[in-house]
Design a protein around this ligand. Structure first.
Ligand code: FES
Length: 157
């Protein structure tokens, strides 16, 4: 079953398509809209993207699986993505990674039983000068300390 985009998403996709030379060139932003709409990029969601872009499922699948920022399986309400690259590591990122694992009782790639948090180690978040950096859904957090992590996680309902 191919999923259908909402009217709101279709409007956004139409706006995006106007800015690209052809539909296939808009694969990345349309995948983001699909991820936001369907929660993750299931086969059905990628087929919906392929249909709307008039391209093959293989093309969409190839793009979606190349980038770690697209979720190919369901994630929790809050997707906690901690940077695992060098600059953040030098700034104490490894300690923050371990702290998050302990605090959430998760390994990378796992989701809490209540579906609230998924923990991932990700590539550079382009915040190298202010690491350790973390992204939760679409919000960025920088200069992390264990205390700051506690504050952030406690603020999430
Ligand atoms: S290395 Fe962590 S944000 Fe760039």
């Amino acid at each position: 079953m191919i999923l259908k985009f909402s009217k709101n998403s279709k409007t956004k996709i139409d706006e995006i398509l106007e800015r690209y030379p052809n539909k296939q060139a808009a694969t990345l932003p349309v995948l983001f809209i699909a991820q936001r709409e369907f929660g993750h990029l299931s086969r059905e969601a990628m087929e919906a993207v392929a249909k709307i872009l008039e391209t093959s499922y293989a093309h969409v699948y190839g793009v979606a699986t190349f980038y770690t920022l697209y979720n190919k399986k369901p994630v929790g309400k809050y997707h906690v993505q901690i940077c695992g690259n060098l600059s953040c590591s030098i700034m104490g990122g490894e300690n923050i990674q371990e702290y998050l694992k302990k605090k959430l009782k998760l390994n990378f790639g796992e989701t809490t039983q209540d579906g609230k948090f998924t923990l991932s180690s990700v590539e550079c978040l382009a915040s190298c000068g202010t690491g350790p950096a973390m992204q939760i859904n679409e919000a960025y957090y920088e200069k992390l300390t264990p205390e700051k992590v506690d504050e952030i996680l406690n603020s999430l309902k």
